[in-house]
Design a protein around this ligand. Structure first.
Ligand code: ASP
Ligand code: MG
Length: 447
């Protein structure tokens, strides 16, 4: 059994929904299918919630009505029989009537989450109805009965495991189990979600809980590229990544995958395959526990980084200095991405500027503080264990024309990070592309 997840673009039009239906029935196997909302829908639901927060019911209702008309037209197009078309239209009517009720009540984050959940509830209903119309032995399984978070808003793995396995007893002998990505209940039983882009996370949680043979994440590009294809020329898909390499790439900017989602798959040892709905035969990218020795895999970049430097002669030969610095960041719940130290100074980067002022005010008690905005972390990922020679020098050599503010190497065995000015991002990524993936000495091209 596999878990297959289709993102918003893959179910973005009635035709795409039909294509997905064809793909998930092709192998005749029993599979679990996780669907996102149709592309653009979650953004529109966020807009509706914003209107309601701002006490603008007309704005909310206009947007709801526009979205409703769009879905009604989709339903007309998707179904061949009156019966299934009507069932779906009734469901849509009920859903949009429900959305219109929110303008009459108090609006809080609880109501907002209920609104955000509707996109996935609609898309899964439409696709399941389409499959049933086609005579496929499918069932719609509510994610709200399976995916739950605990009091720390982390997935409750025990709950998920027990309830995921129970679906096969509740609905025996089905071929396809369709469920919603993204949405869940929290520790108090309220409707909640796994944050934007969270459908990948749902798929990985289910794949791990069910000990699936494989988790497939279907998107609209051919796997993960070795650099950002939007601004770098000559990028290529990477065919295999280790779980840790993929996590670093997702965190440091590769948009194709939700950054924390592969953690559960890694621990359960379930491979994750990235595939392209537009080109189903393309090999995509497989993410597993295998580490391809002696290879640099990819480069990714994360924008809008702020660098904070603290210079202090008090740090010289002192102990406990770093603890004091870190405690300030902890107090203001701001996480640090990169860190470099010398005997008299430390530089760190953050991507959350909310409490920057308070943080720098406190840091000034310990030394001279500098702040650089609009920086960019460029991260080179691959087999970068200490005993491999030549990799870090090759990456540094590629950047010989570029002012580098920080370099971090050795934090893990598969990452070197450079901090550069955001305005140098494009030429930095291109320089790394031209050097790392066109060199055939130490560094091999992707397998
Ligand atoms: N529909 C949600 C979003 O747009 C979840 C997802 O697509 O993964 O963020
Ligand atoms: Mg996504």
């Amino acid at each position: 059994m596999k878990v297959l997840k289709f993102g918003g673009t893959s179910v973005g039009t009635p035709q795409r929904m039909k294509d997905v239906a064809r793909l998930i029935t092709a192998d005749g196997q029993t599979n679990v299918v996780v669907l996102s909302a149709m592309s653009g829908t979650t953004n529109t639901l966020v807009e509706i919630a914003d209107y309601l927060y701002k006490k603008n019911p007309e704005g909310a209702n206009d947007t709801i009505n526009r979205l409703e008309r769009k879905y009604m037209a989709h339903a007309e197009e998707l179904y061949a029989t009156d019966e299934w078309r009507q069932r779906t239209l009734d469901f849509l009517k009920e859903t949009f009537d429900f959305l219109r009720t929110f303008s009459k009540s108090l609006f809080t984050s609880f109501e907002e989450k209920v609104i955000l959940a509707q996109g996935e509830l609609i898309s899964t209903n439409m696709v399941t109805n389409y499959l049933l119309e086609q005579g496929v032995n499918a069932v719609l399984v509510p994610a709200l009965d399976i995916i739950r978070t605990d009091k720390n808003a982390e997935p409750d793995l025990n709950y998920i495991r027990t309830h995921a396995r129970a679906i096969f007893d509740t609905y025996p002998d089905k071929q396809l189990y369709i469920t919603q990505g993204f949405i869940c209940r929290n520790a108090y039983g309220e409707i909640d979600n796994l944050l934007r882009g969270g459908s990948d996370y749902t798929a990985c949680l289910l794949g791990a809980a069910l000990e699936a043979e494989e988790i497939q994440i279907w998107t609209d590009i051919d796997g993960m590229h070795n650099n950002d294809p939007r601004i770098v020329s000559g990028t290529e898909p990477v065919r295999q990544l280790n779980f840790d390499e993929a996590a670093e790439l997702a965190y440091f900017g590769a948009k194709i995958l939700h950054p924390t989602c592969i953690q559960p798959a890694k621990y359960a040892g379930v491979p994750v395959r990235l595939l392209n709905t537009m080109e189903p035969e393309a090999p995509g990218t497989i993410i597993n526990n295998h580490m391809h020795r002696g290879t640099i895999k990819a480069v990714a970049a994360k924008d809008n980084i702020t660098c904070i430097g603290i210079q202090s002669s008090r740090m010289l030969l002192a102990h406990g200095f770093l603890r004091k610095v870190f405690e300030i960041f902890e107090t203001y719940r701001t996480s640090i991405d990169m860190i470099c130290t010398s005997e008299v100074g430390v530089s760190v980067t953050v991507d959350n500027r909310t409490n920057l002022r308070a943080i720098t005010d406190e840091l000034r008690k310990y030394g001279t503080v500098t702040v650089d905005d609009d920086m960019c972390i460029v991260c080179v990922v691959g087999d970068l264990a200490g005993q491999n020679v030549g990799f870090e020098s090759l990456a540094t050599e590629a950047l010989r024309q570029i002012p580098v503010r920080m370099i971090s190497y050795g934090g893990s065995a598969h990452n070197i990070s450079f901090l550069i000015a955001g305005s140098d991002k494009q030429r930095t990524l291109q320089a790394l592309q031209d050097t790392l993936f066109k060199y055939d000495g130490h560094v091999r091209r992707n397998a």
